[in-house]
Design a protein around this ligand. Structure first.
Ligand SMILES: C[S@@+](CC[C@H](N)C(=O)[O-])C[C@H]1O[C@@H](n2cnc3c(N)ncnc32)[C@H](O)[C@@H]1O
Length: 418
C-alpha cells in the first residue's frame, strides 16, 4: 500500500529543521511527532527513517539532487524516502519525480567518488584517511552508515540469559546471544519492547553490546565502593550495579539533572538499591572531594564527539567540528584528573569514550599517565583475560562497527599504585 502523500511534506518540513543542526535529530523528530499526533505509526516510521537516510547520505544525495527539479529540501526528502521505502511506495509524487528517483536508483554507488561514498564531513574524512588509509576509512564509514542492531542486556539480578532467550523466542522475537558480552542478546529486528513483561519487570535493558563490555571491564565487585562519574541516564550504572549484585555503594554522578532523572524509572525496574544518583555542579564539586581516595572502581564515560555512534546518531558527524573536538579534549582531561582523585590505592580508573578519534582516546590516556605517575596502565589484554572476554586487544579496548558490530568505543584502565 502506498504511503499517504503527506509523508513527503512532513519529511520535508522536519528535515528543514534537522538540517539546521541546532539540536539532536532524535529530539527534533520526537517533538515533531508530538506536535503532529495524527501521523500514523507507519508514516512516522517512514518520515524518521527518511530523515536518517538523508543524514547518513547527505553528500551523495546533495550530488544526486543537482539533477532534479523543485525545492531542494523536497528533493532531499524524496531521495531519503525512496531509499528506505522504495519509489513505488511513495504517494503524491509527480510522474517526473518518480522517473527521476528511478534513474537515481540505477546509479551504482560503488563507483561514486570516494568522498561521496564515505559521506563524512571533509575534516573527518581527511583525518581518518591520514590515519587508516582510504580503503579502511571507506569500510569504517560504510559500517557507520548502517543502522545499528538492537541489543539487550540481561539483568543478572532478575534473570538468566538462556531463560530470556527462551522467553523472547516464545514471543516470536528472533534473537541470539551477543558474540562477546556474556549477558548480551542481539535481536534480528526492532520490535517495540516497552510492553514486553521482560522489559517492564526489569529483566532486560536496551544496551549496545559495546556499552555492556565497557561496564564489564570496570570489573566492579560485590561490596565495593564504585563511582560512575559521567552516569547520564545510567546505561552503564545499571550494568555496574547488577555486577555488584546490588551490594556495596555505587555513586552515579552527572552535571545534568535532566539526564540523571531518566535513571530513576530504570532503577525502579532494575530492582537495584545500591545506586546513589548525585547531581554535581562540575567535576571539582565539593561532593566529589569528600570521597577522595575512597573508591575501588571509577568509570569515566566521558562526554565526547560521539563519532563512534553514527549508526544511531548520524547527525553527529555534521554537528561536530575540529573546534568542538578540541573543546571536548579540555573537558575530558579535566574530568579524568578529577575522577582520579577518588580512586583508592590499588583501585582502578577506567576512561572510556564512544569516539573514534585518537585525540579523544589514546592522547588523553597517555597525557593522563604522563601527568599521574601514581597510576599505571593495566593492559586491556589482561583485563579482558580476567573478565574472560574473547576479544583480541593490546593496551586499549577499541571496538568498531566494521569489526565487532558494536558502536565505536575506546577504553583504558589505570590502576593506582598501592
Ligand atoms: C557519554 S555520556 C554518559 C553516558 C552514560 N554513561 C550511559 O551509559 O548512558 C557523558 C555524560 O557526561 C556528562 N558530563 C559532562 N560534563 C561532566 C562533568 N564535568 N562531570 C560529570 N559528568 C559530566 C554529560 O552530562 C553526559 O551525561
Amino acid at each position: 500500500m502506498r504511503l499517504h502523500p503527506a509523508v513527503v511534506s512532513h519529511a520535508e518540513e522536519v528535515l528543514r529543521e534537522v538540517l539546521r543542526f541546532t539540536g539532536p535529530a532524535d529530539a527534533i523528530l520526537s517533538r515533531y511527532f508530538r506536535e503532529h499526533p495524527k501521523l500514523g505509526s507507519r508514516e512516522r516510521h517512514a518520515v524518521a527513517e527518511g530523515v536518517y537516510a538523508v543524514l547518513r547520505n547527505k553528500l551523495a544525495y546533495a550530488s544526486f539532487s543537482e539533477s532534479g527539479h523543485g525545492p531542494a529540501m523536497r528533493r532531499l526528502a524524496l531521495l531519503g524516502l525512496a531509499d528506505v521505502v522504495g519509489t513505488d511506495a511513495l504517494g503524491g509524487i509527480s510522474p517526473e519525480e518518480g522517473e527521476w528517483l528511478r534513474r537515481i536508483a540505477q546509479i551504482d554507488r560503488a563507483v561514486l567518488p570516494v568522498a561521496l561514498r564515505a559521506n563524512l564531513p571533509p575534516w573527518l574524512f581527511e583525518k581518518l584517511v591520514a590515519r587508516d588509509g582510504e580503503a579502511a576509512t571507506l569500510q569504517l564509514a560504510g559500517a557507520l552508515n548502517q543502522p545499528a542492531p538492537l541489543d539487550l542486556r540481561v539483568n543478572a539480578l532478575k534473570a538468566k540469559r538462556e531463560d530470556v532467550l527462551a522467553e523472547l523466542a516464545k514471543a516470536a522475537i528472533e534473537c541470539e546471544p551477543a558474540p562477546y558480552a556474556p549477558l548480551g542478546i542481539r535481536l534480528k529486528k526492532k520490535p517495540a519492547l516497552q510492553n514486553l513483561p521482560l522489559f517492564k519487570d526489569g529483566a532486560v535493558e536496551v544496551q549496545d553490546e559495546g556499552s555492556q563490555l565497557l561496564a564489564q571491564i570496570v570489573a566492579a565487585r560485590r561490596g565495593e565502593m564504585v563511582a560512575d562519574f559521567c552516569a547520564g541516564a545510567g546505561g552503564k550504572t545499571l550494568a555496574l550495579g547488577a555486577a555488584m549484585r546490588n551490594t556495596g555503594r555505587l555513586y552515579a554522578f552527572d552535571v545534568s539533572e535532566k539526564r540523571l532523572s531518566k535513571l530513576k524509572p530504570r532503577l525502579a525496574r532494575s530492582g537495584l538499591s545500591n545506586v546513589h544518583p548525585v547531581v554535581i555542579a562540575h567535576e571539582n564539586d565539593a561532593k566529589i572531594k569528600r570521597l577522595a581516595g575512597k573508591i575501588d572502581r571509577v568509570l569515566v564515560d566521558a562526554p565526547c564527539s560521539g563519532l563512534g555512534t553514527l549508526r544511531r546518531n548520524p547527525d553527529m558527524k555534521w554537528r561536530q567540528t575540529p573546534e568542538s573536538v578540541c573543546e571536548l579534549n579540555g573537558k575530558q582531561t579535566s574530568i579524568l584528573a578529577s575522577a582520579a582523585r577518588l580512586v583508592k590505592p590499588g583501585g582502578r580508573l577506567v576512561y572510556a569514550t564512544c569516539s573514534l578519534l585518537d585525540e579523544e582516546n589514546e592522547a588523553i590516556a597517555s597525557q593522563f599517565l604522563a601527568s599521574h605517575p601514581d597510576f599505571a596502565l593495566v593492559p586491556m589484554k589482561d583485563v579482558l583475560q580476567e573478565q574472560k572476554i574473547a576479544l583480541e586487544m593490546q593496551d586499549y579496548l577499541k571496538l568498531s562497527p566494521q569489526v565487532h558490530r558494536t558502536d565505536g568505543f575506546f577504553a583504558a584502565v589505570f590502576e593506582r599504585r598501592k
